[in-house]
Each structure stands twice: as structure tokens, then as C-alpha cells.
Design a protein around this ligand. Sequence first.
Ligand SMILES: Nc1ncnc2c1ncn2[C@@H]1O[C@H](COP(=O)(O)OP(=O)(O)OP(=O)(O)O)[C@@H](O)[C@H]1O
Ligand SMILES: [Mg+2]
Length: 531
Amino acid sequence: MINWDEMSNLHVIQKLKQILVRWFGVELFYANEHNRLPNSFLDKNYRFQNPFMKIQMGMNYGHEFLNSDVEKVNDSFQAHSSINYSFYDSFFPGIKGVGTRITLEGEHAGSIFAYPFLSEDLTSEEITELKQKLIECGSSELDANMAIQQVHRLNKSEKEYLRELVELVSQEIVTFHHEIEKREARILELNSELGTKYRYHSMIGKSKQMQQIYRLLEKISRSESTVLIQGENGTGKELVAKAIHYNSPRKDSVLLAQNCSAFNDNLLDSELFGHVKGAFTGAIKDKKGLFEMAHTGTLFLDEIGDTSLTMQVKLLRVLQEGTFLPVGASVPRKVNVRIMAATNKDLKQMISRGEFREDLYYRINVINVHLPSLRERKEDISILFEHFLEKKCAEMGAQTKSVSKKCLEKILDYPWPGNVRELENEIERIVVLAGDSKNITPDMLSSKITDFGSTPSAAAARGVRITGTLKEAMEELEELMIREGLRRCNYNKSKLAKELGISRAGLIMKVDKYALDKRSMERSRKEQESA
Ligand SMILES: Nc1ncnc2c1ncn2[C@@H]1O[C@H](COP(=O)(O)OP(=O)(O)OP(=O)(O)O)[C@@H](O)[C@H]1O
Ligand SMILES: [Mg+2]
């Protein structure tokens, strides 16, 4: 329905109002879809511009008189669906007004009034009658005379002009109402567009990093390529695998997952590739492996960084040739499976240490999804918090809760080494602890969170100085790093300089400054021993 307050404040309506006052001396007002006058009219302090209105509304029943006019006009609108305006005689004899109706989608939405005016052919008897009525209703004779004098007397064409302007006001209101509706619909639409960006499948996150991931996942889902999902523990790797599968053309087929670190080589072999009857003791019948069961679907190899080199060779063969050999079988089988793999390990580093096959890495890393840690996208913490809070409260049948600002600050400060999973667990704990209380306050948080950064002991325990000047602290740290570094690198200054990212000459100067060369160190050790 029409937002009348908003309409009354529109510049164009204000302007038209001014014109109506200046040219015709009338007050412009509305009645809503229920034919009610604005509440402001009931307020004793409302300032009517028109002197006649001032007097009328100052009367005990002035408001009622106006209401009865409004009802009368609306009755005539109801009785004659084809008319859009009505010149009417008000409660006060000779005083007239004009009302126009507003219809939205065939429904009565309100009416606009311009009031009061007199006809130019008013006789002196009629004026006397009006004056008497005003006095009867509580006005003084002086006021009544003044008010009547100031009411404009309009001729026929002026009345027509007045009607046109009032109709214009109605039209403007309808137009603006539609504009506002469109604007609101657009806002809703934009919000829902934004809404989808706040989540993808069951992943939540509004950070730039997550938006990029959503866009990437959108593209990946449509392709058939192998995907490698990397990220720390609890960053949502499994969630990504599910999101990709369930948005892909394979969504109607299965998604099977295997945690590669859960089994030893033999068992994993049989899990993935199956075995034939008699392949080993206990293999009493043929068993289908996951590769076969995932035919036309997706197989998710979780913790792929934990597979042995022998297993890696077998996996490579499936990826290269689409064939595999069940344990104990002699004829390879063919499958059509999309592979996704995940790990929290640095596979590149593993390759350099000879622990992961480079050829397998390139086979699985066709598309790489790297999930950022929670501390790299702190802006997601509060919406994840809200999300889990709502979810956990609902799951546990607990009352909905809100989180205090102070509490949220603590949560944001904490580095969340266990990422989203740790956050989720923390919230579950909070919901249990909070019981019936509606507000979540810092005292309900785990001590690891409340203590983080706030107690000197945390920093001090790590041997970091936290008082004194910054220069002193930096020097202390510099000395400590060089001392430890020298020992670790067996006093190889070139190596340490490289590690520390400074020049060898720079390191030598610092070693000298802190008397950390081998000889001085040994001397001071001996001194300490003899003391
Ligand atoms: N972006 C996210 N939105 C909502 N929930 C998430 C999000 N990321 C992770 N989670 C939730 O956090 C938990 C851990 O996610 P998931 O198991 O996918 O992580 P992971 O990276 O596979 O962890 P791990 O390395 O330990 O296997 C799950 O309960 C998951 O629902
Ligand atoms: Mg996982």
C-alpha cells in the first residue's frame, strides 16, 4: 500500500501543495485506503496553514466534521466506480472541497483532498448561515469573520483548474508509488543476488577469497577435469568436493569418498580397486572396489598426500588410462570416473623430498582449488558464527542467541588454527554452556580464546619480550635468531644469511655486534661454566 509519509515528503508534492495554497488558498491532505486522515491531523500542535482549517480543527468536533466529509466523498466514489473526482459540500454550509481517488491494481488505495473554498456566487444569506454555523460549533465571531474572508472564492474555470491540479497530485503519487515499488523489488533482487554470493552450496563466506572460490567452482562443476583441493585442516575441502559433484553433470550418479590415510597399502588397494575371489586369505568372493562403484560418478580421494609411492603408481594408471587392476585379477578393468583429490600437505615440497610422484601431481592438479585459512579471511568469521549459532541452537532445540560485540572481538582476534571446524566445535560448546541465556558473552568462550593475546604469559612463554622499548625488543629477537641460527647452520654464515634474508656482510656485522662468533661464544660458555 502507499507509503503516505514518504509521499508527503516528495519534492514534487510539496511544490504542488505550495501552488495550491498560493493560488487557491486550500489545504491539501490525504485519506488512506481505510479512509482515515493522517494521524498528524489529530495532533493539537499540527500547524494548518489555512485559517479556516485552523479554526475548524481547533473546534471540539472539527476533526469529526472533516472525517464525515471524507466518508461522504468516498461513499460517492464507491457508488460510482467511473468517477475519479468529486466536488463536495462540506459540513459547513457553502464551504466546498474537491476529492480525487487513488486506485492501485483495481483497489481503492486512498484519496486526496483540497479544501476549503467557496463558490464565487455565494449570497450574503449563505455567508450569514455559514458564520452562524461556525459560531454554533465554538468559533468566536471575530475568528469566524476572518476565516470566511480568507477562504478563496473560485469561479467555474478556477475550480476546474484546481481539480486538474489535485488529480495531478494523485497521478504523481501513483507514479512514485510504482517507482518505489520497483526500487524496492530491485533492492530485494540485488540482496538475493548478494545472498547467493554469501554462500555457495553449503559453503558460507563473503570474503573476496571465497567469492573467487565460488566463481571457480561454478566453472569447475561444468567441466570433467580432475581437481586437487588444498587447504589446512578444517577449511572445507570436503565441502568443496561435494559442491563440485552436486553441481556437476554427474550429480545424479554417486560421489564416493575414500580417506587414503585410513588404511594400510593392502587394504587401500582392495578398497579402491576391489579384489577377485581367492586373491588373498579371506577373499572368499569377488569384491567391487570404489573405482568400479563410482563408475559414471565421482571418486573423492581424501588425504592423497598420505598415499605410498606404490599406490601413487596405481592411481596414476587409472588417471592416465582409465583402467585398473583389482587385487588378484589379471585383466584390467575400465571405468569412467571423475577424480577429485584433497590434501592439507604441501605436495610440491613432498615432490622435492621424493615422497610424492611429480607425474601424479600434474595429473591430479589439472584444476587447483586452494582454500584460504580462516585467519586469512577474518571477515567471514562473523557470518560463519551467526550461521553455526543458528544451526546449533536449532539442532539442540535451544533458544536463539545473540553474541555480544566484545565476545565477537575476542573471536576475531583468535587465529583459529583448526579453521572452520574449530569454530564450529567452539560454537557447539558455547550453545551447550549458554543453556537458557540469550546472550553469548566472553566468559562462555574457551580459555584458549579469551587468553589469546591478552595475557603477557602467552608471549612471555614463547620467550618474547613485551616490555621496554621496541628497539630493545627487536635487538633481543635479532640476537636470539642469529644465535640459534648459527648453531643450526653449524656456523655457516652464508647459509644463515640466506635464510634470514640479509647479506653475508650484514650478518657478519651483526655477529660482531652481539659477540656471537664461535670463539666468543665458546669463551662465554667456559666463563659460565667456571662461575
Ligand atoms: N565455508 C564453510 N561454510 C560452512 N561450513 C564450513 C565451511 N568450511 C568448512 N565448514 C565446516 O567445517 C567442517 C570442516 O569442513 P571439511 O570437513 O570440509 O574440512 P576439510 O578441509 O576437509 O578438513 P580436514 O583437512 O580436517 O579433512 C565441516 O563441518 C564443514 O561443514
Ligand atoms: Mg577433509
